[in-house]
Each structure stands twice: as C-alpha cells, then as structure tokens.
Design a protein around this ligand. Structure first.
Ligand code: F6R
Length: 241
C-alpha cells in the first residue's frame, strides 16, 4: 500500500485528484468508481478545477458509484445520485450516458444488483475505485459482519449508520433503512483503489483497518490484500499510523 499524508483536507483532495487525473490522462476511457460522503468533496473540487483549466477531459470516462439508498428518487437531495450531480457531474464534461448508478427506486432490488454487476463487467471492470471509510470501518455500505459480501447486494443499514446519517434528514424516521451497495468482492476487483480519509475522528479506524487483523468486522481491513491501494489522508486522519 502506498500512503500519502497531506497537511490539509484540500491538499488531500488535490493529491487524490492527481492520481485520478493520471489514470484518466493515461486512459481517457477509464472506468472510474466514485464515492459520496464528506471525504471526497475536496477531491471532486480539484477534479472540477483540472477539467475547467483543460488538463482533464471526462468525455470518454465511464462512472459507477458505490451505493445508493433504497426508496429515494434521484430528485431527492439526499440521494447519492443527486449528491454526485451537485458535487461533480454537472461541473465536468462527463457524458450522462456514461454514468451508471444503482437505481434506489427499483421494484426489483435483486435484479438491479445483478444488472449493476453485469454492467461493470461489460465495461471491462473498474480501473480505479475511490473510497471513503466509515467510523466502524465500513466501505460503501458494507457494514461490519461475519462475512465479506462477494457482489452488489441490498443491505439493511446498522443503527450507527442511521444515526450518523440522520443529520442530513428532517428526522431520524426519514433516514432510509436499506441501501444497494457494491459488495467487497466488487470493490476488490477494481484494478486500483484510492481511499481518502480526513479528520482526527478517522485516525483510530484508519489504524485498525490498515494495521490490524483482516476481518469482516472491519470491512476496510480487506484492502490490505489488494495489490494496488493508495491511502491519501490528512495529518489528523493518519496521526496513529
Ligand atoms: C459513500 C460510502 C460510504 C462513505 C463513508 C465515509 O458512497 O459508500 O462508505 O465513504 O461512510 O463517509 P464520510 O466521507 O462522510 O465520512
């Protein structure tokens, strides 16, 4: 694993964006896996700047996102599809037909998960997957468990994730209880992984995930087995490494 420590959250975003930009410059039709949450926002800001100044061209890039809430329409400002539009897609020249997203309002979640896996495979797999890490070690919506999920699946969110997400909703009752998410197997098949971590509240889990035992109780710990992982964190998040 390659680790980069940066002085600030903005620098973390610049570093992670440089890695993603290198991937896209070397292979303009790259398949990029994206994440939502607060951690990657500075990365997206830097990608937007690189695109605006003409260094980066998204016109052939294909994107998949890690996850989406079940039941939230794309128009809901808490849907992950809405987040991506707001924080990246509408600011860069990505072709909308090259954006694939898990459909949270599907009538048949099982079929939707199968469709997503097949769509990723049809694009030749993910070249680079961007990740954040949850306080309990979750990646995408793979929560601590007694096993690693192989493929995209529907998950019941844990109480701690519902609690963590309630700040974005009018009340805790409005927080969706289920999500569709890439499985650990889907993520591990990406050829390159970039994980961003920011803030002192992530220091403990970053240390546990990358230096502790590999266990489905800490889903991110499986990344220790991936051949090409780059951890980009600010000083606070990497303070215990
Ligand atoms: C987002 C996702 C989540 C987040 C994680 C960290 O698509 O799948 O696993 O990466 O919850 O979230 P932040 O960055 O908000 O701390």
């Amino acid at each position: 694993m390659q680790t980069y420590q940066t002085l600030s959250y903005d620098d973390m975003g610049k570093k992670a964006a440089s890695i993603i930009a290198s991937q896209i410059i070397l292979k303009p039709s790259s398949v990029i896996g994206l994440a939502t949450g607060s951690s990657p926002i500075s990365t997206y800001k830097s990608l937007i700047s690189l695109c605006a100044e003409g260094t980066l061209d998204f016109s052939q890039v294909k994107t998949f996102n890690l996850d989406e809430y079940v039941g939230l329409p794309v128009s809901n400002d808490q849907s992950y599809r809405y987040f991506m539009e707001d924080n990246l897609f509408k600011h860069v020249n990505v072709d909308p037909s090259n954006i694939d997203f898990l459909q949270g309002t599907t009538a048949d979640p099982q079929q939707e998960c199968k469709r997503y896996e097949a769509a990723i495979a049809a694009q030749g797999g993910i070249d680079l997957q961007l990740l954040g890490i949850g306080h309990n070690g979750h990646i995408a919506f793979n929560e601590p468990s007694d096993h690693f999920e192989y493929a995209t699946f529907m998950v019941e969110l844990t109480q701690s994730t519902i609690e963590a997400n309630k700040r974005f909703f009018a009340s805790i009752d409005d927080v969706p209880r289920k999500a569709l998410t890439m499985g650990i197997g889907t993520i591990m098949k990406a050829r390159k992984i970039v994980i961003v971590a920011t803030g002192s509240d992530k220091a403990e889990i970053v240390k546990t995930a990358f230096t502790g035992p590999i266990t489905p109780q800490v889903p991110a710990s499986i990344l220790q087995l991936h051949p090409d992982v780059t951890l980009v964190g600010d000083t606070e998040a990497l303070s215990l490494m």
